[in-house]
Design a protein around this ligand. Structure first.
Ligand SMILES: [Zn+2]
Length: 562
């Protein structure tokens, strides 16, 4: 199978064929069509390149390279999600001068300070060649329209589901920004009736819906496990990361001139080497209800790895369903209150709905109304229904006897704002699932503001909340008052947390996944990103114990030559 790739690739390089890209793509597509090889052992993986095969295939003497030579060294600059969990951005500049941005995430949860961070990209979008997108979460994709608005002309590579989810999520983000900015500017207008000439009072959103529409035209999608060319000297493969629908581990292979003794061991017979750089994006969990476990990915030389739960272990998965049912019973049956679940619209909401659906099918869910109060969640659920083939075996089994695993008789999806407002006046027990997950904005913030002082109610946190967000502040032990929408409110509702629904693997799960995918001692360097300072530092220690050498937690803005 690899032999076929080798043969064709040899031809294209010898002939300096301008269609080389097309030929290689065609061959690599056919090379992964055997479904039995979806997750083969490492040495049989069609995507895993034995060094002899790679170099016999691409290195030919006296051949003019297809790309422009330059004297640059490949480097990576860490621009965001460094010692924190939002704003993912890492800029790779190849030996030949191509620039590739891994993720283009938005900073979230720091108020006006976040706005300034988001506007300061750290690179010139007009000079950027392409963006590789690991998944659609806004902390990974949210600045794409802003970058396009500021001159980016290249392609954005991701999986088809990520593209579909981005169309929804970026539009939603633009809408929220426009709303927030309008509210802020109104307030400023009132506070400054006599404005000085030339002084700037009002702010503008980072981008609007038109910018999102323009940005969507730059998306180019490839399915998982297809090895394709970004440039003549750069290949990319997506592997399912199990973190969210469409989520991918991004494996780059960059072909470049040998520069130093340090990379000699990669060389076989000439002066060219492949450097394999893998970016994990976010890593999922081995036992999600609706997503498959993270799939093994090809060996790499450099690893950029997330560390959100680098210092923590989750509760055991098996009890999550029972725990959720216990909280529903306690809140809605015994206290006759309302259960409010702030949840990310994409992924978490569908997982909770799926678990409730299973409880309903088993006849264990109390006969109370369940509301998914979010147009985004409603639309995202439609996308999940489209990509059932990318969901877990459990979901596909369920579909055999329950045509809609994301819907049941007592569940209602609410899109209309007046229906959402009507929920505020309901007194009877119910479950309300709504965005945003960190309680920073959206309808759930209103629901929590209205019920936080009602001792019958429960606010159930089901995902990670960045430290400065309302979702994190509300969980502070012993806290009696909280300010929501500028008004102090007494906390009388129960605040509970369920970690089993997290989309991020804990450190043990991540280590297990990495060490099954990689030969740790062959990874030259590991960069720990996407984790709070302490989590990243602790995870660095865990990686070293697992056999990874040269593990580093980079500084924001730091550039490393590879
Ligand atoms: Zn994510």
């Amino acid at each position: 199978m690899v032999g076929t790739v080798t043969e064709n690739n040899k031809e294209t390089i010898q002939n300096n064929d301008p269609n080389a890209k097309v030929i290689l793509k065609t061959v690599s597509r056919t090379s992964t069509e055997n479904p039995q090889e979806k997750n083969p052992p490492r040495n049989k993986n069609p995507l895993f390149f034995h060094k002899k095969q790679v170099f016999s295939c691409v290195y030919r003497k006296n051949v003019v390279p297809l790309w422009q030579k330059s004297k640059l060294n490949m480097k990576i600059q860490f621009l965001g999600a460094i010692r924190e969990v939002t704003g993912s951005k890492h800029l790779i500049t190849t030996d030949s001068g191509h620039t590739i941005l891994l993720d283009c995430g938005m900073y979230q949860g720091k108020g006006l300070e976040t706005d300034a961070d988001n506007r300061d990209l750290g690179f010139d979008p007009a000079k950027l060649d392409c963006i590789v997108l690991s998944h659609a979460h806004i902390d990974h994709s949210g600045l794409i329209p802003y970058v396009v608005k500021n001159g980016f002309k290249g392609d954005i590579y991701c999986t088809p589901a990520t593209r579909d989810l981005c169309a929804l999520m970026l539009a939603d983000t633009a809408f929220i920004q426009e709303q927030d900015v309008r509210t802020y500017n109104k307030k400023i207008d009132k506070q400054n009736p006599h404005k000085e000439k030339g002084k700037k009072y009002f702010i503008e959103p980072l981008y609007n819906q038109q910018d999102v529409n323009r940005a969507m035209k730059h998306f180019v999608t490839y399915s998982y496990d297809r090895r394709f060319r970004l440039f003549d000297d750069v290949l990319l493969t997506f592997t399912n990361s199990g973190h969210m629908l469409g989520g991918a581990i991004c494996s780059l292979e960059v072909y470049e001139e040998e520069k130093s003794e340090g990379v000699k061991e990669l060389k076989s017979e000439g002066k060219k080497v492949w450097k394999r750089i893998t970016y994990t994006g976010d890593i999922g969990r081995p036992h999600s209800h609706i997503l498959p476990p993270p799939q093994l990915f090809p060996q790499c030389d450099y690893l950029i790895c997330e560390s959100t739960y680098g210092d923590r272990l989750h509760d055991e998965d098996e009890v999550t369903e029972e725990q959720l049912l216990g909280i529903v019973d306690d809140t809605c049956v015994y206290r006759k209150g309302q259960l409010l679940i702030p949840s990310f619209s994409v992924g978490r909401t569908q997982e909770i709905v799926y678990v409730l659906n299973q409880l309903y099918n088993d006849g264990r869910l109390p006969q109370i109304p369940v509301y998914v109060d979010s147009p985004m969640s409603t639309n995202a659920t439609q996308i999940f229904r489209l990509y059932l083939d990318e969901l877990s075996d459990e979901v596909r089994d369920t579909v055999q006897y329950d045509a809609d695993p994301f819907g049941f008789n007592t569940l209602r999806y609410i899109t209309d704002i007046s229906d959402s407002k009507a929920l505020n006046h309901k007194e009877e027990p119910c479950i309300i699932i709504s965005a945003s997950g960190m309680l920073e904005a959206g309808r759930i913030k209103h629901h929590v503001a209205n019920h936080i002082s009602d001792p019958r109610c429960t606010v159930l946190i089901v995902g990670y909340c960045a430290p400065t967000t309302l979702g994190a502040r509300i969980q502070e032990p012993g806290l009696q008052w909280i300010s929501i929408f500028g008004q102090d409110r007494k906390i009388k509702a129960q605040i509970t947390k369920l970690e089993g629904f997290s989309g991020h693997g804990d450190y043990r799960e991540m280590l297990d996944y990495l060490t099954r995918s990689l030969m740790a001692d062959q990874v030259k360097q590991v960069f720990v990103v996407h984790g709070e300072e302490e989590a990243a530092a602790t995870y660095k220690g865990h990686l070293e114990e697992a056999g990874f050498k040269h593990v580093e937690v980079p500084e924001k803005g730091q550039t490393v030559e590879l």
